[in-house]
Design a protein around this ligand. Structure first.
Ligand SMILES: C[S@@+](CC[C@H](N)C(=O)[O-])C[C@H]1O[C@@H](n2cnc3c(N)ncnc32)[C@H](O)[C@@H]1O
Length: 321
C-alpha cells in the first residue's frame, strides 16, 4: 500500500466512501506523499510522461512568438507580464525571458497584484482534482471511492450537490444514461482568480479536452492514469505513484470566462496555433541551428509537435480588452 493509499484508506474506514475529488487531491497533491510533491522527476524519459513543454527549444520559440504577436496587438506596452500556471520544471523560462515571467507552482511564485499580459498554461487544468458523476434515471449520482476486497473501488453515492448539479445542467446535456462525467469546479475557480489579477490581456490555455457537445463521445468519462509512459484507466490503483488526469471541458472555461468579461478569440488545435506562430518567418527562428545534428533534432521536434501533439491538444485564447 502506498503512503497516500494508507491516508485515503484510513479516511474511508473512518467516514465511509469519499469523493473522487478528495482521492485525486491526496493522490496528486498531499504535501508529503502526493504524486506532484515527490523528489522523483515525473517528467521526461525517466519519468512517466512527456508534455509539449519539454519539446524545447521549438515549442518555447513558437509559443513565445505567438505571445509577441499578442504583445504587438496590445500596442507593445512596456510592462507586459506572462504568468504561467502549473509551470512544472520551468521549461518555458528561457522562451519567456523576453517578458516579465512569473511561474506559479504549488508553494512557489505569487500572482502580480494586477497586470497586463498573458496567463499561459500547458496541461494545468487537466491536473486539477475533479468530482465524478454517473447519469442514472435522468439524475446525476456521485461516484465515490470506497474499499472493497482489498482495493479502492467505485461506489455509487447520492445525487450530486447543488453546485455540481448546476455545472451539469449547463455542460452535461450530452451525457447519456449510464455514462460517467467529470466535474471540474476548480477550473472555474481558477478562472475567477485569473480574472481578479488580469487587468488587460489574454488567457492562453493549452490542454486536451472536449466541448460540451463532444461529451457524448466519452461514455466512461475521461480519467486517465500515467506511469512510466503507459496510459491506463485504473485511476484508483497506487495513489501517489501515478499521474491522474481528466480532459478539460473547454465550454465550461469559455462560459465562465464570458461571464467574467473574457471573450473567446481563438479555439483551435495546437497545430493551428503553432503554424500561425511559425509561418510568418517560415519557421526560421524555430529551426535555426548551429549544427546539422541540432537542425535535425529541431525538425523532428517540429514534426512531433505539429503531427502528434498538435492534433490532440487544443488551444483556447480568451481576451480581456
Ligand atoms: C501536468 S503538469 C504540467 C507541467 C508543465 N506545465 C508542463 O507542461 O510540463 C501540471 C502541473 O500543475 C501544477 N499544479 C497543480 N495544481 C496547482 C496549483 N494549485 N497551483 C500551482 N500549480 C499547480 C502541478 O504541480 C504540475 O506541475
Amino acid at each position: 500500500m502506498t503512503r497516500a493509499g494508507a491516508i485515503l484508506l484510513e479516511e474511508i474506514m473512518r467516514r465511509g466512501p469519499i469523493t473522487f475529488r478528495r482521492f485525486m487531491d491526496v493522490a496528486l497533491y498531499h504535501p508529503e506523499c502526493g504524486y506532484y510533491r515527490q523528489a522523483r522527476d515525473v517528467f521526461g524519459r525517466g519519468g512517466d510522461y512527456y508534455t509539449a513543454e519539454q519539446i524545447q527549444p521549438v515549442f518555447g520559440i513558437l509559443i513565445a512568438a505567438r505571445i509577441r504577436r499578442l504583445h504587438e496587438e496590445a500596442g507593445r506596452p512596456a510592462d507586459f507580464t506572462v504568468v504561467e500556471l502549473g509551470a512544472g520544471r520551468g521549461e518555458m523560462a528561457e522562451a519567456f525571458s523576453g517578458f516579465r515571467y512569473v511561474p506559479l507552482e504549488i508553494g512557489a511564485g505569487e500572482w502580480p497584484a494586477r497586470f497586463t499580459g498573458v496567463v499561459f498554461s500547458n496541461e494545468f487544468f487537466d491536473a486539477l482534482p475533479v468530482d465524478v458523476a454517473a447519469r442514472r434515471g435522468g439524475v446525476f449520482l456521485q461516484m465515490l471511492v470506497g474499499w472493497r476486497e482489498g482495493r479502492f473501488a467505485w461506489v455509487e453515492g447520492p445525487p450530486v450537490p447543488d453546485e455540481q448539479a448546476e455545472y451539469l445542467a449547463r455542460f452535461g446535456a450530452a451525457v447519456e444514461e449510464g455514462a460517467w462525467v467529470e466535474i471540474n469546479l476548480d477550473a472555474l475557480r481558477w478562472l475567477d482568480e485569473i480574472s481578479a489579477h488580469l487587468e488587460r490581456g489574454w488567457v492562453f490555455t493549452i490542454d486536451y479536452g472536449y466541448t460540451a457537445r463532444e461529451l457524448a463521445g466519452f461514455p466512461r468519462g475521461t480519467l486517465m492514469s500515467y506511469r512510466r509512459h503507459a496510459a491506463g484507466e485504473d485511476v484508483l490503483a497506487d495513489p501517489g505513484e501515478r499521474d491522474i488526469t481528466a480532459h478539460v471541458c473547454f465550454t465550461a472555461l469559455q462560459d465562465r470566462g464570458a461571464s467574467l468579461g473574457l471573450e473567446t478569440v481563438r479555439f483551435e488545435n495546437l497545430s493551428r496555433t503553432l503554424l500561425d506562430a511559425g509561418e510568418p518567418d517560415g519557421f526560421a527562428e524555430a529551426l535555426a541551428a548551429a549544427s546539422p545534428h541540432e537542425a535535425l533534432r529541431r525538425r523532428l521536434q517540429l514534426k512531433t509537435l505539429l503531427a502528434g501533439m498538435g492534433e490532440i491538444f487544443r488551444t483556447l485564447i480568451q481576451r480581456r480588452a
